[in-house]
Design a protein around this ligand. Structure first.
Ligand code: ATP
Length: 455
């Protein structure tokens, strides 16, 4: 298992992700995806959409606005209670989440505890500031996670809107639009993928917890009188696991599920289960699954006055549907994929990113043995053009072949093709496998068929 420092170093070295606003000294909890990270993230997003929206007849997609009326977030309960308890250090002024402070120091779970209870635990155990080590922490106070934005010129409350704190609310507020404009019938789901924003304060977990992140959320609507929720809940949990293990190729032993107890679970939820991954800093939530009942639709009915009920065409029964919500963080999927694929091959002293082949940013790399030999370069270029028409193909003519292999290993490129003097006489090339380092010789004309088969 790599350390987080190994992952961050590889990410920066090869261009998966970089600290945000880097040349200006950085901006806490923001990261920029580099050329390889952008490709990897795009592939994961495409697979999520294909699996959960395109291929399912009971699902439709949505792409709602990032900025939404403050009324949406008042109705959803986020304005009143979407908050984290924070403590400040009177010595160094660092701000820390009270639950993380306690969990890290005492290894106990404190979700659902009140501010008073958190303060009692901090005082009783004389907990210290994790930044400077002094026991000079303030009492815990509540900080709302929503980012307000002021539209127009005047910063008055009438212009107040919010950057969305989750994509899910966009689905609820469009429920009637979707019913009116499509031919969906219960049970059906709406999937949405996009950016969400939370004013989070946590250090040292790379892209795991950021202020701006992408979510893939599904609201699956059903009639609780005709569709029993337990089997539906279980089928979504299986679908989530299948995606992580089967589609993304993650090692099952690094996954576990954890059910929320009564204290941790939101009051409107009947059951919540987190699918957790064993990140370098321990098991943490990757994907949440919650049976949210009809809470959200009812809140928007109450606050907007809109009719968000469903009329069953078969029975003429009118009711407000219930929902099951699988919600995943795309950035957490990307970080998981990198951690799971990272492998230090001691025998060859190399780092290999053993990504599932379909996730690799580049499928194949082409090298001319010598960069100053026009014949070799010309033949290699032909092969490169041929492969590029079918696969994302990298070109490298710098340094010796061994170094080029190691460079591609760190990028996770499954195959490398070397064009040498023998290629010019008999048309064969060397094909080298990332995971086994084995090399075979085959005719260049067989490359596409061979790669297609192995993918
Ligand atoms: P956590 O307990 O880790 O703060 P959460 O329970 O608040 O997460 P949800 O509101 O259920 O998270 O959001 C759904 C998913 O969105 C989470 O499972 C997680 O993968 C992702 N997510 C939530 N907050 C962040 C964040 N700040 N950065 C990156 N991903 C996030």
């Amino acid at each position: 298992m790599p350390t987080l420092a190994d992952i961050v170093s590889l990410a920066k070295r090869r261009g998966f992700f970089y600290p945000g606003s880097d040349i200006y000294g950085g901006l806490a909890n923001t990261w920029d995806y580099g050329p390889l990270g952008a490709e990897l993230k795009k592939k994961i997003k495409e697979l999520w959409w294909e699996t959960f929206v395109t291929r399912r007849p009971d699902m439709v997609g949505l792409d709602s606005a990032v900025i939404s009326s403050s009324k949406v977030w008042e109705a959803s309960g986020h304005v009143a209670s979407f908050a984290d308890a924070m403590v400040d250090c009177k010595t160094c002024h660092a701000r820390t989440r009270a639950d993380h402070l306690i969990e890290d120091a005492l290894d106990i779970k404190v979700e659902g505890k009140t501010l008073t209870e958190l303060n009692e635990i901090i005082a009783k155990n004389n907990l210290k500031c994790p930044t400077c080590g002094n026991a000079t922490l303030t009492n815990a106070r509540s900080f709302n996670l929503l980012f307000p934005v002021h539209l127009g010129i005047l910063a008055e409350s009438a212009d107040l809107a919010y950057l969305r704190g989750e994509t899910a609310q966009g689905i609820f507020i469009n429920f009637k639009n979707i019913l009116d404009s499509t031919r969906v019938r219960l049970p059906f789901g709406v999937g949405q993928m996009g950016k969400s924003f939370r004013n989070e304060i946590t250090k040292g977990q790379a892209t795991f917890r950021t202020v701006e992140f992408e979510q893939g959320e599904i609201e699956y609507f059903f009639n609780p009188e005709t569709t029993p929720w337990e089997p539906l809940f279980d089928s979504w949990l299986s679908a989530m696991k299948n995606f992580v293990i089967g589609t993304l190729g993650i090692n099952e032993t690094n996954l576990r599920t954890r059910e929320h107890d009564d204290k941790e679970r939101s009051f409107y939820s009947k059951k919540t289960v987190d699918l957790e991954y064993n990140y370098p800093f321990g098991y943490k939530e990757l994907w949440g699954l919650a049976y949210r009942t009809d809470y959200d639709l009812q809140q928007h009915i109450k606050n907007s006055g809109a009719d968000l009920s469903y009329l069953d065409p078969a029975t003429n029964q009118k009711f407000v549907p219930h929902v099951i919500e699988p919600a995943v963080g795309i950035d957490r999927l990307v970080l998981m994929v990198l951690c799971d694929a990272y492998y230090h091959d001691e025998e060859h002293n190399r780092v290999v990113l053993k990504l599932a082949k379909k996730l690799a940013p580049y499928t194949v790399a082409v090298f001319p043995l010598l960069k100053n030999n026009p014949e070799l370069v010309g033949r290699a270029k032909e092969i490169f053009d041929n492969l590029s028409a079918r696969f994302r193909t990298a070109w490298d003519d710098r340094g010796n072949i061994g170094k080029r292999y190691y460079y591609q290993d760190e990028m996770g490129t499954p195959y490398c093709v070397t064009v040498d003097h023998q290629t010019l006489t008999d048309g064969t090339v060397t094909l080298r496998d990332r995971d086994t380092t084995e090399q075979i010789r085959l005719n260049a004309s067989e490359l596409i068929a061979h790669l297609e088969k192995s993918l």
